[in-house]
Design a protein around this ligand. Structure first.
Ligand code: GAP
Length: 448
């Protein structure tokens, strides 16, 4: 399945390897004409459910480059590290959780008592692994012409910190009372040691994160609410419940900032893996930023006269990992009279193109009307137009990229000013007057 999606993604212009003409940049990806539409739709659907439809969440777009002290306060300089080992024999490099019995080894490493002398390299079988060394996952750069320790800057490894440092600006300018949330979509960067599995783990990716600020005694209940809400969101956009599950993090596995954490996992072709993390971050971030910046970020609650550092429940999803999961869940093949029909059963809100306008054939009599129909629809929803090859081939082409509706203009259309709407999933066809077309399309495109 992963291979089929990879090939479809390349062939139809969803995703290309970055810098491919130079042999690829490795674990970085470019979204092509259809991919950018799909990923934008994933982000738009998230923003709609997290900001537009809620009266308790506002948006933010913070800078990627931040003051370097941010990453000391957040704990990333000290703790955002992977333990790395090299095999002296085959020179392969591993994170120690990738070795057999990796979870136990990680726990032992955290406790300072890991011993790898009896562990065989999973690649070559030799027992020649080095002592683990710490590797910080943040990309380092320098601001200005001098590359010294005073000019260090980091590419953010999560968008969340931009929200914390702007907490007071947002709360006061948007006149918000706790509980309320701040949502953000943006790029994050991680120098992953073992990237791979296509969009699943890359060096540069987009996060869709929301930090919900609450009273300390409200955090546990809100954590449960957000778990349910985020699961509902994936299901509402077409991922079958059977392909999703929760996985609680065990104590030793928790990130340095987390008091409790649960992953929403998706059944990827390479196993159940994290799609989104939901974290109870307690007052870790705002407390640390108060300490490191000298700016008191505590909140005064008028109703109770309580003053406290807000606690945070975070929902943190990946736009790329999400896009990949939506693609995988939507991919379907079914037998038909020409062999196999490949269909991307994407939710209409996610489909790159909602409507394809297709003249029955490339004929000079049909083209003007087909283009007129196309012009009448394209102002309302994202559309495409295709007039090359037989109509059956063109339907298949649209099915394969998930276009929910095709509108066919035929020779009768010239007489009766009506066209045929053909549905991707059922392949049912219905004739409608051109005058009513946009209304009939809208009825069939919920949430678009
Ligand atoms: N702010 C919390 C945080 O960043 P995380 O579990 O490390 O938590 C959240 O990351 C989400 O970001 C993941 O669930 C995943 O969707 C996405 N993500 C993380 N690392 C990624 C990578 N290397 N490539 C693609 N997506 C990634």
């Amino acid at each position: 399945m992963a291979d089929k999606i990879l090939s479809l993604a390349k062939r139809r212009g969803f995703v290309f390897p970055s810098s491919e003409i130079y042999g690829g940049a490795g674990s970085t990806w470019d979204f092509g004409p259809l991919g950018v539409e799909l990923k934008n739709n994933v982000k738009r659907a998230w923003w709609r459910s997290m900001v537009q439809l809620r009266d308790d969440i506002v948006g933010l777009d913070a800078a990627i480059l931040m003051h370097p002290r941010v990453w000391e306060a957040s704990g990333h300089v000290e703790n955002f590290i992977d333990p790395l080992v090299d095999c002296r024999s085959c020179k392969h490099r591993f994170r120690i959780d990738e070795l057999p019995d990796g979870e136990r080894l990680i726990d032992a490493w955290r406790a300072g008592s890991v011993d790898l002398s009896s562990i065989a390299c999973p690649r070559c079988g030799q027992k020649q692994l080095t002592v683990p060394r710490k590797f910080n996952l943040m990309f380092k750069t320098h601001v200005g012409p001098v590359e010294d320790s005073a000019s260090v800057a980091w590419l953010r490894p999560e968008t969340a910190q931009g929200i914390y440092v702007d907490f007071e600006n947002v709360q006061q300018s948007a006149r918000r009372k706790i509980p309320f949330g701040i949502a953000q979509i943006g790029k994050a960067f991680r120098n992953e040691i073992t990237p791979g599995n296509f969009l699943y783990r890359s060096l540069e990716f987009e996060q869709m994160e929301m930090q919900y600020f609450v009273r300390p005694d409200d955090a546990a209940a809100r954590f449960e609410e957000w778990k349910a809400e985020r699961m509902r969101w994936y299901v509402s956009l077409g991922i079958p419940e059977a392909k999703l599950r929760f996985r609680e993090h065990a104590g030793g596995e928790l990130a340095h900032y987390a008091k409790a954490a649960v992953d929403i996992e998706f059944a990827y072709p390479f196993g159940w893996k994290e799609l989104e993390g939901i974290h109870n971050r307690s007052d870790w971030d705002l407390r640390r930023h108060s300490e490191y910046s000298g700016k008191d970020l505590s909140y005064f609650e008028e109703a109770t006269k309580d003053k406290f550092i807000p606690h945070v429940v975070e929902t943190s999803g990946g736009a790329d990992r999400g896009t990949y999961a939506f693609l995988l869940a939507a991919y379907d093949e079914e037998p038909d009279k020409e062999g196999i029909r490949t269909v991307l059963r994407l939710h209409p809100a996610l489909a790159p193109h909602k409507v394809a306008v297709l003249p029955l054939s490339k004929n000079e009599k049909l083209t003007p009307l087909a283009r007129e129909v196309w012009a009448s629809v394209r102002g309302h929803v994202m559309t495409t137009y295709d007039e090359t090859q037989a109509i059956g081939r063109r339907y298949r082409r649209q099915d394969e990229v998930g276009t929910p509706l095709c509108v066919t203009v035929d020779f009768d259309s010239l007489e009766d000013r009506a066209v045929t709407i053909r549905e991707r999933d059922s392949m049912a066809q219905v004739r409608v007057p051109i005058a009513e077309l946009t209304e009939r399309l809208r009825e069939r495109l919920p949430g678009c």
